[in-house]
Design a binder for this molecule. Structure first.
Ligand code: ZN
Ligand code: ZN
Ligand code: FE
Length: 739
């Protein structure tokens, strides 16, 4: 007999790990104890050495589906404690907090079965959960992950739940949020005036939705507004109430079959829709008649992920609009009082409950690309899961950008990208940002020794970083994009980076965004760009995109007389009055969208680009590629497009040829970069690569020419993913400093 002291590191708390171990130990005839520590799980076991060693060796393969074992340390001692059974000990807080925290997990099949089975004591109970499912990140106040330090702390378990919690045979054994109708939280329904209504809250909400009302529904990480999606007049009212004219709404479908009625669903998409994370998946529309939900070619679809959602659907609906409850770019609402206060006049009823959300977490949003999530927003279900990085050796805080803000914290071995924060342009979002930084620093015990921020002097994230008063590194925006894509793919070498986005602070005073860089974590060289586009009226041109169309056409000597206000734009441009220059690819998309008459005023960022993508048809045609030094000269292309327009060529064909031209441009820039450097690895990053036409056409084109092409896989390709790149550049900087 020997005694083994085993430390297991990784995602091993809140995922049913201790009960799993309990069963394994019982089956192996071992004795001892297990406890959660702040650095993972600690096991002390006694038995034959051979049995113990086999036990340790087999652990990684048998672990629960949600557990991620990073590594196991086992030490063996001859001196015994003479355990007579196996026990789970109380957690104790240690000074070193190394434990990873599980994301929130969608309702599992076992719980769904019980939820819908009349003989079960949790029949129709909207907070049913188990060791394999339920809230995690959004209810945690602090670590270690134990009930008293979560929102469930105020709900003492009833004798039945307590029995399950302590019964090794039970699938709720040591499930921290375990509860039932007797001891757990409850739902209630309020009318439009916030008055509590008697009766079955879920039935009331369902009836109200059926009647055409817009109902606020409390979810895992925040409130949704839910309504029928089969009646455009209701959706129009929701748009009007929310003051959201054109931005797409996500929907929740009862199941994959219901989603298939509206959209194309590939096997890979089905797997992600149905998985235990349940993000919103952007699916290609199958039929017309969904314009009231989304004006582009995709609809964001998710499946019910909480028991409350399942009950709300009942047998009544196939699909519901399920959009975040927030007001004009403020963060998603998550508190009951806040919802009834601020949603007055928007929501026409409230389905709420008394389990508090500790941490806001929006629904994640992704396409499925090469069988995997390709994120526009990485949030619920994924956060706070870290990106593992052996290169990372220091504690660093990367502060992100401004639109689609995020931050990323590191400690040796890990980078922790934050959840979706939103656009850092109002007080509420800024507060959410700073609060979450503090929360993450505490949860993961990180006191950063270096901060990294964007070089843009006016970003609120830059201001935040400056205020912290710690050593600060300022990183160029597109360099950070490429570094993020490298890190996302585990690359640590010099690469060709195509950083295509709307806008970023350039090192030469202009705004960049159509850049080809040779980059690694230590620096970059700009080897390609776009001819600068004058933005007449500065920021105005981001929304009034016909200003960009005018600039493109005017500079290309095209006839601009059909553009309203052309004379005014011309005066402003020739006087060079508030006409900052930009090489942003997003701006080129905007200008072309407006030039083709697809959209002349954008009501949200990127609208021109998504509509241009939707309009594009397959064609073999290309427009001329011209260069002035390292810059793509778009003027011959614009002239050819104007000539096509004048000849009456279909808009879809022009849009298709424009996409082809950008692919040809990317290829030509990569060839030049390779000729200059010998490098063949290409990283794609930036918001413009949210264009699926580019993402399907460009990588194969480059690969046929001998390039290895990488895109984002674990963090978003837009500015939200950029903090990871800032962090890696910071890491390289600190490592060099210390040598
Ligand atoms: Zn479950
Ligand atoms: Zn109970
Ligand atoms: Fe960007």
């Amino acid at each position: 007999m020997v005694r083994a002291l085993i430390h297991i590191h990784g995602i091993v708390q809140g995922v049913g790990f201790r009960p799993f171990i309990h069963k394994q130990v019982r089956d192996s005839a071992l004795t001892g104890t297990i406890k959660n520590t702040s650095s993972g799980v600690e096991l002390e076991l006694e038995g034959e050495r051979e049995t113990l060693e086999r036990f340790v060796a087999e652990l990684p393969d048998r672990a629960p589906v949600l557990a991620v074992i990073e590594h196991i340390e086992a030490e063996y001692f001859d001196e015994l404690r003479h355990f007579t059974d196996f026990r789970i000990l109380q957690s104790r807080t240690e000074s070193v907090r190394n434990t990873l925290i599980s994301p929130d997990i969608a309702l599992c099949d076992d719980c769904r079965r019980e939820l819908l089975s009349p003989s079960d004591r949790r029949y129709r109970y909207p907070f049913i959960n188990c060791t394999n499912c339920g809230p995690r990140f959004t209810i945690i106040k602090d670590v270690p992950y134990d009930r008293p330090l979560t929102s469930m702390g105020k709900f003492p378990m009833c004798p039945d739940c307590d029995r399950e919690y302590h019964d090794i045979e039970d699938r709720r054994y040591h499930a921290q949020p375990d509860c039932c109708p007797v001891c757990g939280p409850h739902v209630y329904y309020l009318d439009a005036n916030g008055a509590r209504q008697q009766g079955d809250a879920i039935a009331l909400a369902r009836a109200a939705i059926r009647e055409g009302k817009i109902i606020a529904v409390k979810g895992l990480g925040g409130m949704h507004l839910a309504c029928r999606c089969d009646d455009p007049s209701i959706v129009t009212r929701l748009r009007h109430n929310k003051q959201r004219d054109e931005k797409p709404f996500a929907i929740m479908c009862r199941d994959v079959e219901a989603a298939r009625q509206l959209c194309f669903v590939s096997p890979a998409e089905e797997k992600i829709l149905n998985g235990h994370r349940k993000p919103i998946v952007l699916l290609r529309k199958r039929r017309e008649g969904l314009e009231h939900l989304s004006e582009n070619g995709f609809v964001g679809v998710m499946l019910p992920y909480t028991p409350l959602h399942v009950l709300l659907f009942g047998d009544d609906f196939d699909a519901l609009v399920m959009t975040s409850a927030n007001l004009s770019d403020t963060p998603i609402m998550y508190q009951n009082d806040e919802a009834t206060d601020k949603l007055r006049g928007i929501a026409e009823g409230y389905l709420l409950h008394n389990r508090d959300i500790q941490t806001r977490c929006d629904d994640s949003l992704c396409w499925v690309l090469d069988g995997k999530e390709y994120f526009a927003r990485r949030s619920r279900g994924y956060v706070p899961f870290p990106v593992q990085m052996s290169e990372v050796q220091h504690k660093i805080l990367a502060c992100g950008a401004e639109q689609k803000a995020s931050f990323c914290l590191s400690k040796p071995g890990y980078a922790f990208p934050s959840q979706h924060i939103g656009d850092l342009k109002n007080m509420e979002t800024y507060e959410h940002y700073t609060t979450q930084i503090a929360h993450f620093e505490r949860l993961f015990d990180i006191e950063p020794e270096l901060l990294v921020c964007d070089r843009h002097p006016d970003y609120l994230s830059t201001a935040y970083a400056e205020e912290r008063g710690l050593p600060l590194l300022r990183v160029q925006h597109h360099h950070a994009h490429i570094a993020a894509c490298m890190a996302d793919n585990g690359l640590n070498e010099k690469v060709i980076g195509l950083a295509w986005d709307g806008t970023g602070w350039g090192d030469d005073g202009s705004s960049w965004g159509g850049e080809c860089l040779l980059a690694d974590y230590r620096g970059f060289e700009r080897v390609g760009s776009l001819r600068l586009i004058p933005l007449i009226g500065g920021d105005l041109a981001v929304h009034e995109i016909d200003r960009v169309a005018f600039a493109l056409m005017h500079e290309s000597d095209c006839d601009t007389s059909m553009i309203p206000n052309a004379a005014q734009y011309e005066r402003q441009l020739s006087a060079n009055l508030n006409c900052p220059r930009s090489s942003g690819m997003g701006r080129l998309f905007d200008g072309v969208a407006a030039m083709l008459g697809i959209k002349t005023k954008a009501s949200y960022e990127g609208q021109g680009a998504v509509l241009l993508e939707r309009a594009a048809q397959d064609t073999d045609r290309n427009y001329p590629l011209a260069f002035e030094g390292l810059r793509f000269d778009w003027r011959p292309m614009v002239r050819a497009m104007a000539a096509d327009l004048a000849r009456g060529v279909e808009i879809g064909e022009i849009a298709g040829a424009f996409h082809n031209t950008l692919c040809a441009l990317a290829l030509e820039q990569c060839r030049r970069a390779r000729a200059h450097s010998g490098i063949t690895t290409v990283c794609l990053s930036g918001g413009s690569f949210q264009n699926m036409r580019l993402m399907h056409a460009l990588p194969p084109l480059l690969e046929r020419e001998g390039f290895r092409v990488y895109h984002h896989r674990r963090v978003s390709t837009n500015d939200e993913g950029l903090s990871l790149g800032q962090l890696m550049i910071g890491e390289a900087y600190v490592s060099d400093e210390k040598q």
